[in-house]
Design a protein around this ligand. Sequence first.
Ligand SMILES: Cc1ncc(COP(=O)(O)O)c(C=O)c1O
Length: 409
Amino acid sequence: MAAFDPALIRRDFPALHQTINGKPLVYLDSAATSQKPKAVIAAIESYYAHDNANVHRGIHELSRRATIAYEEARGKVARWINAAEPAEIIWTRGTTEAINLVSMAWGLDNVGKDDEILISVMEHHSNIVPWQLLAMRTGATLKYIELDDHGRLVLDDLPSLLTARTKIVALGHVSNALGTINPIKEITAAAKKVGALVVVDGAQGAVHTKVDVQDLGVDCYAFSGHKMCGPTGIGVLWARKELLESMSPYQGGGEMIHIVGRDASSWAEVPHKFEAGTPNIAGAIGMGAAVDFLSDIGMDAIAEHERSLMEYAMQQVGAVEGITIYGPDSLDERSAVLSFTLGDAHPHDISTILDSDGIAVRAGHHCAQLVMKHFGVAATARASFYLYSTKDDVDRLVAGLGQVRQIFG
Ligand SMILES: Cc1ncc(COP(=O)(O)O)c(C=O)c1O
């Protein structure tokens, strides 16, 4: 494998090579969605140009090719996260749909009014609202692990929060708003002692680090293609096969049935039981290509690059007068996200001024309003990094923040 060189990697990403407002683009919004390498764009184009057909339905050549490519992509994702077999990979629209699938398909059958669902204040809304909906429909109680002032979970509370009634523990692997990496393995071990189902929102996890779902010991792991160099509208729910087999279908329609009668039907085998309707075939193939792309570079090399970039970013951005950085100080506990405020400047103004300089950062609550409330802010600005981000990007950000300071005094 060649040495990791972001300058070489950047050549694979056409969108990075453009000017915005007359300045070379600095893309620091990868936590919202990553840019796409040529290999992923080519895989999608090739599917539509040569193999476009519906999957699992035709005996003709194109349908055969489409089905093979679609199922091969499932196999790639399975190997990538060390699933026991491809059947454990359910294609969804993304993390959000994967979590909703578990909350409805497992939750409605297994959670009752005396039960508890444990989540945390750190969660993305996609890992809060589905559980609120489940709690509303079942009468179950929703409980929260709190945050400390460094944006870490207060795990000292865990023994008292986990009870014989805890049916589900649903947590993010990595916080999109703070970058905090949660100790999923340890929390899972504790949750398993009370027999809870452990659901992990891996939208910001599998993207940056090698994930081994069997080693983590969790029951469900959800992630999205578009945050890991793949296309939008495709994602994955991984769960153990026995669990998936025990679950009711989530949606009904074509593809997910075995036999349809007038009053009742029987279901296709897992994973198809959970894939009603024509799936996002091009999306799955594109996500498979993204897995190949990331695997060729190596997740360990990507993680190492991001760690050294974060070290630099924390130092450089941290030295800007008036800056407040949210989230853990330790690089062991922080992924490639830098959330900050600058004096009294509103994060939207920060983002607008940076955009005029060609620098894309996100400003807002980052779909984590409970995190904002915890820190007593309405919003933060967020720079997020990926394998193609460089120290130059950080330098441009710091220079841009200098301009923000000049404007706001
Ligand atoms: C931590 C986290 N969870 C869930 C999601 C939702 O992902 P998607 O919109 O791809 O379903 C995101 C997206 O920003 C996220 O960062």
